[in-house]
Design a protein around this ligand. Structure first.
Ligand code: PLP
Length: 393
């Protein structure tokens, strides 16, 4: 009766363990100000354009003449078209509006996409990784092959001819490592996927943090990707929608596997199991693409990027090896003196009252590494880095 695969899920104690250790530190040191740089959640509020758009959408909902009931499951055209324009302007990528599916965030779609594939599919997942890729496949007892992401490959694994997989998850800019694939590297993945009939599930949740013009924000900047890739994106980190909930998934119409068109399959899946994102939220997301909205969200992203810069400078001055920080809100560094991830967590908490995330929580290759996020306030970031730089290691 029961899906026994759930027994194979490892309980994630990562954030509850962190919370317990922080609670015991705080009760022993009530006078110390703890600075949290662990959880990847934004702190700046929604920008004015988004809030105003949602308020006026609320007014529309309060009036019988403009009230909206069920909307299209795959999203309103105004938002899908705005996303098409964004891809064209930012990346020179041509999409059709019906290749864009609006969702309540990237996590749901990343979890739900498994519906499109058969039970005997082989899944390649980098380690360390955003845990949703692993757990959503364990729930279905899919065969998971881990690809090592480590210091040697800059936490950017490349195709390995000896490994046969049907699907690969790639996340760039990466959570937790902040590493970003170049166009050349993604071209190798795309060519490999096409030759080996593989599908790339590309998680671009952090694309808006890319500043380096040569780095790809979208897999569809790579020639041939429309025949082998699906892309997930989100307003969460781009525009502070972590609590508001909106994202989108791009499924190209030219993605055809074993005679099945994945765009049509995803449309069928969504229209069957999903009833769309609230009109009010989609209006808010639409405002992100107006010129005022773009200015406002860019200012917020710049605040986080400025934090990341301050953090990168401190880590560099301390002689830490790290990835991320420039094109990503995450900084991922090697724990000093060969400390383990949790050992360094305790050290940093006890000696600097700064909370980060132990890399071991993201997979075996994360052991000995540590993640800090740039999503805090500038004031706290400066203070935390000041404390870190004064540590005797
Ligand atoms: N993908 C990655 C790599 C993430 O780190 C996150 C959230 O932290 C998500 C997807 C989920 O984003 P959303 O808030 O849109 O569900």
């Amino acid at each position: 009766m029961i899906n026994n695969n759930y027994k194979n899920l490892k309980d994630s104690y990562l954030f509850s363990d962190i919370a317990k250790r922080v609670a015991s530190f705080t009760s022993a040191n009530p006078d110390k100000k703890v600075i949290r740089m662990g959880i990847g959640d934004v702190t700046l509020p929604l920008c004015t354009s988004v809030v105003n758009a949602m308020k006026s959408a609320c007014d529309e909902m309060s009036n019988a003449a403009t009230f909206k009931g069920y909307g299209p499951e795959q999203g309103y055209d105004f938002l899908r078209n705005a996303i098409v324009d964004y891809y064209k302007e930012q990346d020179n990528v041509e999409l059709a509006a019906d290749e864009v599916f609006i969702s309540d965030g990237a996590k749901s779609d990343i979890g739900n996409i498994t519906d499109l594939f058969s039970d005997d599919v082989n899944i390649l997942i980098p380690d360390p990784v955003y845990p949703v890729y692993v757990d959503s496949n364990i729930m279905l007892n899919r065969n998971i092959i881990l690809a090592d992401a480590n210091e040697e490959n800059g936490f950017l694994p490349m195709p390995d001819q000896s490994v046969k997989a049907d699907i690969v998850y790639l996340c760039s800019p990466n959570n937790p490592t902040g590493a970003v694939y170049t166009k050349e590297q993604l071209k190798i993945w795309v060519d490999y996927a096409k030759t080996n009939n593989m599908i790339i599930l590309f998680d671009a949740a952090y694309e808006s943090f890319i500043v380096d013009k040569d780095l790809p924000r979208s897999i569809f900047e790579i020639e041939g990707a429309k025949e082998c890739a699906i892309e997930f994106c989100s307003f969460s980190k781009t525009a502070g929608f972590t609590g508001t909930r909106c994202g989108y998934t791009v499924v190209p119409k030219s993605l055809v596997v074993e005679g099945m068109n994945l765009n049509k399959m995803w449309l069928r899946r969504q229209t069957t199991k999903f009833n769309g994102v609230p009109y009010i939220v989609q209006k808010g997301a639409y405002a992100v693409f107006t010129s005022e909205g773009q200015k406002e969200i860019r200012a917020n992203i710049d605040t986080y990027r400025e934090n990341a810069k301050i953090m990168a400078e401190t880590l560099t001055a301390k002689g830490f090896k790290f990835t991320g920080g420039i094109n990503s809100p995450y900084l991922w560094f090697k724990c000093p003196n060969n400390m383990g991830s949790w050992e360094f967590f305790d050290f940093l908490l006890n000696n600097a009252a700064v909370v980060g995330t132990p890399g071991a929580g993201f997979g075996k290759n994360g052991e000995g590494w540590f993640r800090l996020t740039a999503f805090g306030s500038k004031e706290n970031t400066i203070e935390a880095m000041d404390r870190l730089s004064k540590l005797t290691l």
